[in-house]
Design a protein around this ligand. Structure first.
Ligand SMILES: NC(=O)C1=CN([C@@H]2O[C@H](COP(=O)(O)OP(=O)(O)OC[C@H]3O[C@@H](n4cnc5c(N)ncnc54)[C@H](OP(=O)(O)O)[C@@H]3O)[C@@H](O)[C@H]2O)C=CC1
Ligand SMILES: CC[C@](O)(C(C)=O)C(=O)O
Ligand SMILES: [Mg+2]
Ligand SMILES: [Mg+2]
Length: 330
């Protein structure tokens, strides 16, 4: 395994480059602000009239249209939603790409699945933070960062890796460590992680625990604290000191109960299903389903979003978070 930290990265090669960050959402905002604060020459490329345009101006960023930014840049770092990248790249970026430019991503999706096909005379790179965009910014401001991955699909200029690592360093990722990988490995592991564990698996586990307590007659507020709020505190323990550290921190009762019961919740059947989910990612089934979903203007996704917002755990949780000042009222 090849791992890079701050001292391993020479930023000289990137110092005179102009970087167009296309998109100013979760990752675009965090990454472009970190790059600018680290001294890189950053332009933010956006569509006029969208809500990001004014946000980026208010943050003091140098904002241009996507076409203008792509034309002016040596490095075009695409931080748009994955499902929009193919169209925007073909129509608004590709006409301005020149030989020797670098096309950069924070997720391998569009390159790995063959949706974007840049010419052979450009670099194709990726540096992918292993965490949400808001954390990319807050950890950078705290003097740290979140870990990441780096991959080179095409090295036309001979210094593609140094360019990608230079950006990763400016974003703060090499403070925590960046692992070298491939577009395939990043895409497949990232999709699996978010579907089976981090987003899909975790919310399903929390909801099942919450519903079990509420259906048994316990107060929903207590069920929320127990199965949702406290997850962060336990995960923080695991994040800092591993599972052994967490087991040490909790009571012996929790340790014995957890070690004897956890495997009854996440069973061999669960792992079998995880393998099926990974298979659907590897064989392209998920990519096709996501494409079909977007072809119908994400109708199912929008319906599921509304249903999630109306779950009891969400209404109860929001009330408790607003009451203690953790979350602002709408
Ligand atoms: N979210 C995350 O934390 C992570 C994301 N990634 C990857 O980073 C990339 C960006 O993801 P993320 O930050 O979530 O994206 P967002 O959904 O937050 O991106 C929103 C931005 O894209 C712009 N945008 C959306 N649609 C279009 C369009 N059709 N044309 C022009 N601009 C558009 C929006 O502009 P407007 O305001 O005008 O609508 C806004 O600036 C993806 O590849 C993702 O997989 C990787 C790691 C973590
Ligand atoms: C876990 C979800 C993620 O992969 C991420 C924040 O790393 C994403 O696509 O947003
Ligand atoms: Mg991820
Ligand atoms: Mg992801």
């Amino acid at each position: 395994m090849k791992m890079y930290y701050d001292d391993d990265v020479d930023t000289e090669v990137i110092a005179d480059k102009t970087i167009a960050v296309i998109g100013y959402g979760s990752q675009g905002r965090g990454q472009s602000r970190n790059m600018a604060d680290s001294g890189l020459n950053v332009i933010v490329g956006l569509r006029e009239g969208g809500s990001s345009w004014q946000n980026a101006i208010d943050d003091g960023m140098n904002v241009k249209t996507i076409e203008e930014a792509a034309e002016a840049a040596d490095i075009i770092h695409i931080l748009l939603p994955d499902e929009t990248q193919e169209k925007v790249y073909n129509e608004q970026i590709a006409p301005y790409v020149e030989a020797g430019n670098t096309i950069s991503f924070s997720h391998g999706y569009n390159i790995h699945f063959g949706l974007i096909k840049p010419g052979e005379d450009v670099n194709i790179v990726m540096f992918a933070p292993k965490g949400p965009g808001s954390r990319v910014r807050t950890t950078y401001l705290e003097g740290f960062g979140i870990p990441g991955l780096v991959a080179i699909e095409q090295d036309a200029t001979g210094d593609a890796l140094q360019l990608a690592l230079g950006m990763a360093k400016a974003v703060g990722l090499t403070r925590a460590g960046v692992i070298e990988t491939t577009f395939q490995e990043e895409t497949e592991t990232d999709l699996f992680g978010e579907q089976a564990v981090l987003c899909g698996g975790l919310t399903a586990l929390i909801k099942a625990g919450f519903e079990t307590l509420v259906e048994a007659g316990y107060q929903p507020e207590i069920a929320y604290f127990e199965t949702c709020h406290e997850v962060k505190l336990i995960v923080d323990d695991i994040y800092e000191n591993g599972m052994a550290g967490m087991w040490h921190d909790v009571s012996n009762t929790a340790e014995y109960g957890g070690l004897t019961r956890g495997g009854r919740v996440i069973t061999d059947e669960t792992k079998k299903e995880m393998k099926a989910i990974l298979g659907e990612i590897q064989d392209g089934t998920f990519k096709q389903q996501f494409a079909d979903e977007n072809a119908t203007d994400a109708a199912n996704l929008k319906e599921m979003r509304v249903a999630e917002e109306h779950e009891t755990i969400e209404t109860v949780g929001k009330r408790l978070r607003v009451a203690c000042g953790l979350q602002k009222e709408d």
